[in-house]
Design a binder for this molecule. Structure first.
Ligand code: MN
Length: 722
């Protein structure tokens, strides 16, 4: 367990003038309120804030950060309130603790978007005070270091979240050591088998390559000494997770990862970096396209370094990084290297230039006069197509650029959207098609009896608003059609001496609705209202014995409409190549769930009003069907030219993978009808293709050719439901 004196000693090392009393007071208070609480490890709870504060001290942060680190869990986990903290430790610390508490309450939903969403929230927290996020990262780091006390499923979930959210934030802030440790510990828990495999390989390589690393370092040292340049040469192995990530993303074998060992040369002056690079390029032939000048053009998080890859002493690739000590510190500590014990003093101009992005955050944090501008900067930087607006309660909503109050209203709730009559932006009335901007506070005015109008479709930009408006309009139209249809039927039935409503109530029209494949009678009536079925046709169906009107040969008309409705048109293609035993000229349909192909074992099912549906034998859907409707069928000699079939491909991503798949399929003269592809962040690709083929043989040909395509691991024929 970390002791308070370890923390105090560490602070004094980098800041002799630090207000240690503040840290001590925070320690005593934290110890008091956490007293009696335990960690899962069985240690007193206090061990956690102490460890977090120690991490922050090692990052050389100011005493307010360290005090806040000691107090970071008290509002959430003890009786202490924000007011208590404010009274005892002042506004700044209370504000930071409140920020950390708020971040802890974020639940990261299990969606693809969670990373962007959470990064956004983190960035908003940073705008307020970047120290909030630094403490949150230290908190997560200690929780990862003690993850072994959690249950296995929690371990995996927490590790996953760390990989998705916290490690990228550490990277974004340039805190490299923290990013690496978070990644490696998360890797260990989330993918234990992969971790173990890499670990064994790395250890083996370490033994084998020890002599080699020594040789390269000696040669570099000798050469630099001969040139009279003082330098610190290091050689170290890449971390497990980045090796794994590289193997997966570039589909490499372990021994193909050439930059397993990174050599780093730390120099005194910036100019020496270029000089030494010249010397190295004279020693070993450089691979030119592998050269990167991050000194001239620093990365956004401030990272500076020269990267070069050369052909080393044994003809192998060697990656070398060159930088100054200052650059090295930034490379390891990122923002933390600058946000140090200087107690939040203005960052000097030189640093400010390198940290343009973060300077914006820090400036705004200092003044907080223009949060809109801050948001605007972050937005342009990270999510150029989004705007952030606020509800009157201060909740943030993300919308696409160009969004209107109607989009916002539907985002809040469908009912709010449907009943939206007006909107206020920053307290002023605006029109419903007003374009919202980042930082706007939007409130929606609703009226109970108000409804969407079709013209809203002309200006909304979100999918949700569009689909909800359309849905309402369709429902509205249907309602109108039902009442119109009802009226028409009532009139006609009355003329013939029948009571339409009573017949509907008695269920006398249910069978007709079913015949037309409608789920409910209302749908049938709506079709009368739409003008697709006449009331007289319906009447003759409902009362078959009634005398027919001479002027109108309704029977024929109805049967032709019926024919259309049940798809008799398809009959023209003589039964689609299937013979139903004992039955001639029957409507045959191919099931969409299993897409049978000539050559497959098939089975038929009699369906009401739909003829016979053909499935593959063993299709899961057929198991649920009543056996009395089963009928034997077989392929006839003349079948149609092409049938759809569905296949699933699993692959590891690479450039032009999909293009190769497409050309392979067309080489076998099959057509792609539909394609869907998902790629995971680790480059695992899952694609679904619907192809049209003439037979099972052709499908098998397609699949066997696909299996030969580089990076494709698995090809399988599947049902639609899979
Ligand atoms: Mn904590």
């Amino acid at each position: 367990m970390v002791r308070i004196n370890d923390i105090l000693d560490t602070i004094v090392e980098y800041n002799v003038d630090a207000d240690l009393h503040l840290v001590e007071r925070a320690y005593i208070y934290s110890a008091q309120v956490h007293d009696g609480h335990m960690r899962l490890s069985g240690e007193p709870y206090l061990s956690h804030p102490l460890a977090v504060a120690f991490i922050l001290a090692k990052m050389k942060l100011d005493v307010e950060s360290i005090a806040a680190g000691l107090l970071h869990d008290v509002v959430e986990d003890t009786h202490a309130t924000k007011e208590d903290i404010e009274n005892l430790f002042g506004h700044n610390i209370a504000h930071i603790v409140e920020g950390v508490t708020k971040l802890s309450k974020l639940t990261f939903s299990d969606k693809v978007y969670r990373q962007a969403e959470s990064l956004r929230k983190m960035i908003l927290a940073m705008a307020d005070d970047i120290r909030v996020v630094l403490i949150k990262l230290a908190d997560r780091l200690h929780n990862m270091r003690t993850l072994n006390y959690q249950k296995p499923d929690r371990q995996k979930a927490i590790a996953r979240e760390t990989l998705d959210i916290y490690a990228p934030i550490a990277a974004r802030l340039g805190i490299f050591w923290l990013k690496q440790e978070l990644e490696d510990v998360s890797f260990f828990y989330s993918m234990p088998e992969e971790y173990k495999a890499i670990d064994i390989l790395v250890n083996k390589a370490r033994d084998e390559k020890e002599a080699y690393v020594k040789e390269v370092m000696e040669k570099l040292n000798e050469k630099l000494a001969a040139e009279g340049i003082e330098a610190d040469v290091k050689g170290r192995f890449k971390q497990h997770y980045s090796i794994y990530h590289k193997m997966l993303s570039q589909n490499l074998e372990f021994n193909q990862v050439y930059d397993l060992i990174a050599f780093r040369i730390i120099l005194d002056k910036r100019a020496q970096c270029y000089e030494v690079m010249g010397i190295i390029h004279n020693m070993w032939k450089p691979i030119h396209y592998k050269f990167k000048d991050y000194i001239g053009v620093p990365k956004q998080n401030g990272y500076q370094s020269l990267h070069t890859t050369v052909i080393g002493p044994h003809g192998e690739r060697v990656e070398i990084q060159l930088r100054t000590l200052d650059m090295d510190e930034v490379a390891e500590s990122g923002i933390a290297a600058h946000w140090s014990y200087k107690e939040g003093a203005a960052i000097d101009e030189q640093t400010g230039k390198t940290f343009a992005w973060l300077r914006n955050l820090v400036d705004n944090q200092k003044e907080l006069t223009d949060p809109d501008e801050f948001l605007e900067n972050v937005r342009i930087d990270l999510y150029p197509d989004e705007i952030y607006v606020f509800t009157p309660d201060g909740e943030i909503k993300t919308l696409p650029k160009g969004a209107t109050p109607v989009d916002f209203a539907y985002m809040i709730h469908t009912a709010v959207g449907d009943q939206c009559v007006g909107a206020k932006v920053n307290g002023r009335m605006v029109s419903l098609n007003h374009k919202l901007e980042t930082g706007n506070i939007v409130s929606i005015i609703t009226a109970k009896d108000h409804h969407p109008t079709p013209d809203w479709l002309n200006f909304v930009v979100t999918v949700k608003a569009r689909s909800k408006i359309k849905h309402w309009i369709n429902a509205q139209e249907k309602e109108r059609s039902i009442s119109l249809g009802k009226e028409m039927c009532e009139k006609l039935f009355r003329k013939k001496g029948y009571n339409f409503n009573a017949m509907v109530k008695a269920g006398e029209l249910d069978a007709i609705a079913e015949l037309f494949s409608f789920k409910v009678v209302d749908d049938l009536i709506a079709h009368v209202g739409f003008g697709k079925i006449t009331p007289l046709q319906l009447f003759h169906r409902a009362v078959p014995d009634a005398e027919k009107d001479k002027e109108e040969d309704t029977g024929d008309k109805l049967s032709s409409i019926l024919g259309k409705l049940i798809g008799r048109k398809k009959r023209r293609k003589k039964n689609e190549g299937v013979v139903v035993k004992g039955l001639d000229d029957i409507l045959v349909k191919f099931s969409k769930c299993c897409n049978p192909l000539p050559g497959d074992d098939i089975i038929g099912f009699i369906t009401q009003g739909q003829g016979v549906t053909i499935h593959r034998k063993g299709c899961l859907n057929t198991l649920q069907m009543p056996p009395e409707r089963k009928i034997d069928v077989e392929w006839s000699d003349s079948y149609a030219e092409s049938y759809p079939a569905r296949i699933r491909i699993r692959a590891t991503d690479r450039t032009s993978l999909l293009a190769d798949v497409a050309s392979t399929i067309s080489k076998v003269k099959a057509n792609i009808i539909n394609a869907q592809t998902e790629t995971s962040e680790f480059g695992a690709v899952k694609s679904y293709f619907t192809v049209s083929v003439s037979s099972i043989e052709q499908l098998e040909k397609v699949m066997s050719e696909l299996r030969k395509v580089k990076n494709i691991n698995d090809v399988k024929r599947i049902d639609t439901s899979e």
